[in-house]
Design a protein around this ligand. Structure first.
Ligand code: ADP
Ligand code: NI
Length: 204
């Protein structure tokens, strides 16, 4: 297995797949997730650094939110075509498939450190200042309002601020690794500070 070749081919594929995604899911997101995953693994030392790199690079290349993205079977073919053994390719695909917050039916090895670290890294990039920027970017790409106050029955309409409660504020407690948990604290606090400031400005 030529590791440098596989990494460079994966980078080309991911760049191509993500060029039409929203700015919250662009190549910079991939670079950030790869870096955070490496930082976690430097402390945890539980994942193979090469597999973690390949998984981070390809983790959004078959995202179902984006209609032009490929399928997992295509990704598997791609990896095997570049010389990745079948069982290794399946392991990478399984980690990638399971990381989504919205994936209600995970399958495969959910204790694989490859998956646990990758999911933490992806989740860390969804919180903190970066996560806030990404949420408003994605929210605007699907034309969601920034915020809608609750109606007279207390019903809260869809908005990017609501997404904080639906997902972002929950991520801190969903971290898998102790390094991920530690890195999430600061970012979580920043979400709370942001919301406080937002509501105080809203009520002016
Ligand atoms: P997952 O695949 O883990 O469910 P997503 O890929 O949906 O997570 O989330 C990726 C990014 O898009 C995150 O930063 C997330 O906060 C943002 N995002 C997803 N759904 C929404 C939404 N309805 N409003 C605002 N941001 C969103
Ligand atoms: Ni991602």
């Amino acid at each position: 297995m030529d590791r440098d070749y596989i990494i460079s081919q994966a980078e080309i594929l991911a760049k191509e797949k993500m060029k039409d995604y929203d700015p919250g899911h662009d190549w910079w997101h991939i670079l950030r997730v790869r870096k955070i995953a490496n930082i976690i693994n430097d402390e945890e030392k539980t994942a193979d650094p090469f597999l973690l790199d390949v998984s981070a690079i390809l983790h959004d290349a078959a995202d179902s939110k984006f209609s032009n993205s490929g399928k997992y079977s295509d990704l598997d073919k791609f990896l095997q075509n570049k010389g990745v053994p079948c069982d290794t390719s399946l392991r990478i695909i399984s980690a990638i498939k399971n990381i989504s917050f919205s994936n209600k039916n995970p399958s495969g090895d959910l204790k694989d450190p490859l998956f646990l670290i990758l999911q933490d890294a992806d989740r860390l990039d969804a919180i903190g200042a970066t996560g806030i920027a990404r949420a408003f970017s994605y929210g605007s790409s699907i034309k969601n309002p920034i915020y809608v106050p609750p109606d007279k029955n207390g019903i809260i309409a869809t908005s990017t601020i609501r997404h904080f409660y639906d997902k972002l504020l929950k991520l801190k407690d969903l971290m898998n690794t102790s390094t991920g948990k530690r890195l999430a604290e600061d970012r979580h606090e920043f979400l709370e500070k942001f919301l406080q400031q937002f509501y105080s400005e809203w009520k002016i």
